[in-house]
Design a protein around this ligand. Structure first.
Ligand code: PLP
Length: 387
């Protein structure tokens, strides 16, 4: 059975052109880029070429990019790095209640060691009100961290409006743009952010490699101390193959993201419209229009997401219930609760996230098999009978 993969927000398959670009660096081109012989110049140059490609993708200068071990590390570095470098100035941070755990759990850690964090609420579509950012900034606020696009519901935040406020107030602004980079055009200067996290495996690159954009002149503490790699900001011999893969993925995204959107959005829209037509009592989570074009999160009332996920899996369809990070535990998603989805409906949510290898056949299959699965599960659900 062919797998129908609809979980691109969890991770994407590697584009074969990326694998091909990486291959030499997993065999002959193994030399340490910090060494001084000729062969090392090849690996050193490969890293700098990649840095340039990632910089181009987000409108930054190459010097403003440091490579990391992925989105989680970039988020940790941005938040702890600013907290540690500015703790003498202040200890207050502002974030939102719908951030990825890489941001939320980092903030929780900082609270444990004496920082003070405000978690801003969101409206029912998942949007942070820029005015509430303005009102929450204090004299001792050192960082605002608001994600660009939410991984579970796809809602996109008013980053530019928020950056106008942080600039006016002189507070540093970080955005976790892991779900946006490679999907939509991004320019850090237009956005006005000081720090931005991205991750290669969310746009057809390899896992375990990402980058942090650090605006020129911004002082930020290192997370990993040791050698002088990445201009002293991230010690350790570089993951050259991963970095080359990230660069190639960035280059492809730069060229092809327009056509990808034109292909993927109609597929997502068809899936959304047909499921609304065919399944009674469902709720679309996230913003109706201001949402990533590949993401559809629905709450199907009176049944459990896990049950649906299992039956879809039998049909070869891979999707996510709530958040990929939350699966395994039965806790409802913090994002769905924050947008006001009642706990019992949050349990019945499914996230479909599409990508460039999907086609109409994939979508038609879901439209065909999901309604009977829902009907079957509802027929044995005590909640459906009592509604
Ligand atoms: C996937 C994801 C991350 C974590 O990135 P990794 O590379 O898996 O560590 C962080 N934030 C968001 C919004 C994500 O979707």
């Amino acid at each position: 059975m062919r797998e129908i993969y609809l979980d691109y927000n969890a991770t994407t398959p590697i584009d074969p052109r990326v694998t091909e670009a990486m291959a030499p660096f997993l065999s002959d081109r193994f030399h340490n880029p910090s060494s001084l012989y000729q062969k090392s110049k090849i690996t050193k140059k490969a890293i700098e070429d990649s840095r340039e490609k990632l910089a181009t993708l987000i409108g930054a200068a190459p010097k403003e990019i440091i490579f990391t071990g992925g989105g989680s590390e970039s988020d940790n570095h941005a938040i702890k790095g600013i907290a540690f470098s500015l703790m003498k100035k202040g200890k207050h941070l502002i974030t939102s209640s719908i951030e990825h755990h890489a941001v939320l759990h980092t903030c929780k850690f900082l609270e444990k060691i004496g920082f003070d964090v405000t978690y801003l609420p969101v409206d029912r579509y998942g949007i942070v009100n820029p005015d509430s950012v303005r009102k929450t900034i204090r004299d001792d606020t050192i960082l605002v961290s608001i994600m660009y696009a939410n991984n579970e519901i796809g809602t996109m935040e008013p980053i530019k409006e928020i950056s106008e406020i942080t600039r006016e107030k002189g507070v540093i602004f970080h955005t976790d743009a892991v779900q946006a980079v490679g999907k939509i055009p991004i320019n850090v200067n237009d956005l006005g952010v000081d720090l931005l996290s991205l991750s290669a495996h969310k746009f057809y690159g390899p896992k375990g490699v990402g980058a942090l954009y650090i605006r020129k002149m911004l002082r930020i503490e290192s997370l990993l101390h040791g050698g002088m790699q990445e201009r002293g900001k991230r010690a350790g011999t570089e993951n050259i193959a991963g970095i080359v893969g990230a660069g190639k993925a960035a280059e492809i995204a730069m060229e092809e993201m327009g056509e990808e959107k034109d292909k993927i959005k109609p597929l997502r829209d068809k899936l959304e419209n047909e499921l609304i037509k065919r399944i009674p009592e469902i709720i679309i989570n996230g913003h109706p229009s201001n949402r990533l074009y590949n993401t559809l999160n629905i709450a199907i009332k009176y049944i459990e997401g896990e049950g649906m996920l299992t039956f879809l899996d039998f049909e070869g369809i891979s999707v996510s219930s709530g958040s990929a990070c939350a699966s395994g535990s039965l806790d409802p998603s913090h994002v769905l609760l924050a947008v006001g989805v009642p706990i019992e409906h949050a349990h019945g949510s499914l996230r479909f996230s599409l990508g460039k290898y999907n086609n109409y056949k994939d979508i038609d299959k879901v439209i065909e098999v999901l309604p009977p699965i829902v009907e079957k599960l509802r027929s044995i659900s005590p909640l459906w009978g009592k509604r």
